[in-house]
Each structure stands twice: as structure tokens, then as C-alpha cells.
Write a protein of this length. Structure first.
Length: 284
């Protein structure tokens, strides 16, 4: 009896320790995430004099000082940045979904010579850092006459998303081939099967790709800064406040909050679609 009680006590102690470690690690992760955002928020409410004379965690003199937000929104030309970002975002997402679902349909449903090689090359492409190929990429974009145009960004965003193809393949493997066979018996060709049978069933995966890819495009800085210097996207608009003689960090902080808020709201509203899309293909 005593041995059984000791065993029960050990199990309870182990569970308590595991729970403490789990929740302790979650609290640390929350602190590491919220702390930088808090510093940016506090800095956005300070004047230029307060920012230079106070520490990062010192409270601003006026918690309702929104002059930095007005300056960032107007002088940063953020309205045009939002418009340009929306145009690039919508076209890039539409092209990514169309190309990604077609590629996944071909790789999953068709059997052809070199299929294993193609899948392997896709995998290798995900392992190559994008920076190492920027010289060749820039020469291609410039040769096509797309430099300093939105077409360059759209082409790059659509053509460099191997992860989306793997997400579509993973989900498509859960769709039984009997649906294809039944549609072919009814006289449907491959295009009809893809458009009317497969594509509607890929809605959870499409939602996942739209959210993940959309946030990535929204936050991208390097490609718009390099390939579209004459027009600002939302990620490059804040760069106007940094010059050779210093930077207005309090205004940049306010603009950063303006940029973060839409992404944060989108994630909070659509996070269930992210988890559902990432796991449904593996569960079915």
C-alpha cells in the first residue's frame, strides 16, 4: 500500500513539474514576443526630445500623443503604399494559387518519366538561400524589362513559392482518386476534373496558403526595395524617415505599429484556418 502511494505521489509530482515547465516556457515565449512590441508602442507615443532623453521602457509624457502616427501616415505616403501592396498582393496570390494547385495536381495525379526528379528539384530549391541567386534574378528581371514595375514583384512572388506547392500536394493526397475516375466516366476531361472537382475541395489548403503567403508578401521589404524603387509599398514607406544624417525613430515606430495592426487583426480572425489547413491534409 505504501509503495502504491509513493508511486501515485511520484506521478503527481511529475505531472506538476511538467505543467510548470510547460506554462513557464509559454510565459517566457509571450514575454519575448510582447516585450519588443511594447518598446515600439511606447516609442511611438514619445516626442523626438523624449525619445532621445529617455530609456526604452520609460513612459511617454502623454499617452495620447498621436502626432507621430499622423506624420507617418501622411509624409510616409502610406495610403499609396497600402494601395500598391493590395494590387501586388491580390495578383500574386491569384497566380500562386493557380500555379500551385496545377503543379500539385500534375505531380499527384499524373505518372510520368522524371517525376521523382522534379519533386527532388523542388526540394532542393527550398534549401537554396534566395540571396545567393539575386544577381541572376536581377539580370533576368532587367532583361525582361520589368525592373521598377509591379510586374517584377508579381513575377517573383508567384515563381518562388515551393512551400505552397507542397501544402497543396499534402492536401491533395487526401482526396481519393475515385472522384477523378467517377468524373472521367461521366465524360469529364482533366481540366474539368481539376476545375470543378479538385479545386473546390482544396479550399482549406487555399485559405492556408492565402494567409501565410499574404502575410509574407505584406511584410516583404527586400524585394520591393530592390525591384520597385520609384514606388513605395507598405513595407518600404517607412524607409522615407531614415536618411544619411539620422532617423526619426519615434515616427518609424508609429508607422511600424500602423503596419503591424492589419497583420495582427488578420491573424487573430483567420488563425483557425491556418491550423485547419496545415493539419487537415495530414489527418485525413
Amino acid at each position: 500500500m505504501t509503495t502504491k502511494l509513493r508511486s501515485t505521489a511520484r506521478v503527481r509530482a511529475g505531472r506538476t513539474a511538467a505543467g510548470t515547465v510547460k506554462y513557464g516556457s509559454l510565459l517566457i515565449a509571450v514575454a519575448l514576443t510582447v516585450l519588443p512590441l511594447s518598446v515600439v508602442l511606447i516609442a511611438s507615443l514619445k516626442t523626438q526630445q523624449e525619445f532621445g532623453a529617455s530609456g526604452p521602457f520609460d513612459a511617454p509624457g502623454n499617452w495620447f500623443n498621436f502626432e507621430n502616427y499622423v506624420t507617418a501616415f501622411q509624409q510616409g505616403n502610406m495610403v499609396q503604399g497600402f494601395i500598391n501592396t493590395t494590387i501586388v498582393l491580390v495578383i500574386s496570390l491569384a497566380g500562386t494559387i493557380l500555379i500551385g494547385t496545377m503543379a500539385a495536381y500534375a505531380l499527384d495525379r499524373f505518372h510520368f518519366r522524371g517525376k521523382t526528379l522534379v519533386v527532388g528539384l523542388f526540394l532542393v530549391a527550398t534549401l537554396i538561400p534566395g540571396v545567393t541567386s539575386q544577381v541572376a534574378t536581377f539580370q533576368i528581371i532587367n532583361g525582361l524589362g520589368l525592373y521598377d514595375s509591379m510586374g517584377a514583384l508579381v513575377l517573383l512572388f508567384m515563381g518562388t513559392d515551393i512551400i505552397s506547392i507542397y501544402i497543396f500536394i499534402q492536401f491533395m493526397q487526401s482526396i481519393p482518386t475515385s472522384l477523378d475516375e467517377a468524373a472521367m466516366i461521366d465524360g469529364a476531361n482533366r481540366w474539368t476534373i481539376y476545375w470543378r472537382v479538385i479545386l473546390p475541395l482544396l479550399k482549406p489548403a487555399i485559405a492556408t496558403v492565402v494567409i501565410i503567403k499574404g502575410i509574407a508578401i505584406y511584410n516583404e521589404f527586400y524585394l520591393p526595395f530592390l525591384y520597385l524603387p520609384s514606388q513605395g509599398l507598405i513595407s518600404t514607406s517607412l524607409f522615407r524617415f531614415k536618411g544619411p544624417f539620422g532617423a526619426h525613430w519615434e515616427i518609424i515606430a508609429a508607422g511600424t505599429i500602423l503596419v503591424i495592426v492589419p497583420t495582427l487583426l488578420a491573424f487573430l480572425l483567420l488563425q483557425r484556418w491556418i491550423y485547419k489547413g496545415l493539419t487537415s491534409g495530414a489527418v485525413k
